[in-house]
Design a protein around this ligand. Structure first.
Ligand code: FA5
Length: 340
């Protein structure tokens, strides 16, 4: 009786294995026959009911059925695995002779491009490129630039104050102070960098933007030197001769102080919407270094003099590339950046 149940199991399971059309079908048939609660396990439980002299013979039969089924299962399973692999090999292939899709290496940000160019120009004129911290002391950012705590000029630049009394530098001018104190006169330096102001953001104002400071200290520095260097700088940036003019401008750290205007490059001074019909565009503040500023950094103003300027690098990039909204520059939008 048990023998015939075993034979039936062998026959039915081999038939199920043979007709299995997928790995899942095969596995289901295996579990039904050979699984922990499968038919073979159930038949084995009857083992105890057999007469002792029957047990050895039945045990052999049981093992042979089990081995037959297991080996048939293995064979068919391997077949499915190979078929699956063959299918993948047929469908997933790479033509190594195709041209590569191309690496897009990215490009330098327009402000970085401009900064690099100005650095090259000034280093060729004997200027050092200096760096300074973005978190500054009040002394470097204001006091040493002739802006004491009660001075109304402190309100000209809305400041992000930090809880420890330091601040985010509002301009690159504190690097002048660091340069004078560290290197002393004579000195030719520029200092490009990021500055911060607690300002309302709009198309031409950012809270975080770039400036490029410049300073030259020597024995006989005059406004003529200042104009020469500014004209050289602007002709190099705009790749043509430019006409500049100076208007009086007030900054506590320079005396006299100027706003330098450039003759409008769009209309050549005739008047257009860009220059608001005036023929001139305001570009950078500058002036001769105030004697107090020299003195506070240990330089004798009777012996030395100098000029300084503070270029709005972000605004200059806008003019050069015709960008009409400052917010695009820090948007991280690749559609914008890919154009440069
Ligand atoms: C200064 O920051 C002075 N330290 C510059 C200076 C240096 C004068 C040396 C004299 C001698 P001002 O606050 O004007 O000055 O800023 C300089 C330039 O930064 C401006 O001409 C403008 O181009 C740019 N700028 C100012 N505020 C913003 C802003 N919110 N967003 C973008 N650019 C700005």
């Amino acid at each position: 009786m048990l023998d015939s149940r075993l034979e039936e199991l062998r026959r039915a399971t081999l038939a199920a294995f043979a007709s299995a059309s997928s790995g899942q079908d095969l596995e289901a048939a295996r579990v039904e026959a050979l699984g922990r609660k499968g038919t073979l396990a159930q038949i084995s439980k009857e083992f105890g009911k057999l007469a002792p002299e029957e047990r050895a013979r039945f045990g052999k039969l049981l093992n042979s059925v089990k081995q037959d089924l297991e080996s048939e299962y293995e064979k068919k399973n391997r077949w499915f695995e190979e078929a699956q692999l063959a299918e993948r090999l047929a469908n997933e292939w790479i033509d190594v002779t195709l041209p590569a899709p191309g690496v897009r290496p990215g490009s330098l940000h327009p402000i970085t491009q401009l900064q690099d160019e100005i650095e090259d120009l000034f280093t060729s004129l004997g200027f050092a490129v200096l760096d300074g911290p973005e978190v500054e002391t009040e002394e470097h950012n204001f006091d040493a630039l002739n802006i004491p705590p009660t001075h109304p000029a402190r309100d000209m630049q809305d400041t992000f104050w930090l809880s420890n009394g330091h601040l985010l530098r509002t301009h690159t001018s504190p690097v002048q102070v660091r340069g004078m104190r560290k290197l002393g006169p004579p000195l030719r330096m520029i200092a490009p960098g990021r500055v911060f102001r607690n300002e309302e953001v709009d198309a031409s104002h950012e809270h975080t933007f770039y400036q490029l400071e410049g300073m030259m200290i020597d024995r006989d520095v005059s406004v003529a030197n200042l104009i020469y260097f500014m004209k050289t700088l602007l002709s190099s940036i705009f790749k043509r001769d430019v006409t500049v003019r100076l208007r009086p401008g007030y900054f506590p750290f320079v005396e006299p102080g100027f706003e330098l205007d450039i003759q409008c490059l769009i209309c050549s001074g005739a008047g257009c919407p860009v220059c608001k019909q005036s023929g001139w565009v305001e570009l950078l503040p500058c002036g001769l270094v105030h004697p107090n500023v020299l003195r506070m950094s240990g330089i004798d103003p009777d012996e030395w003099g100098g000029f300084a300027f503070g270029l709005g690098l972000t605004r200059l990039a806008m003019m050069r590339y015709g960008i009409d909204d400052i917010r695009q520059l820090q948007s991280g939008d690749l559609r914008f950046l890919n154009q440069f």
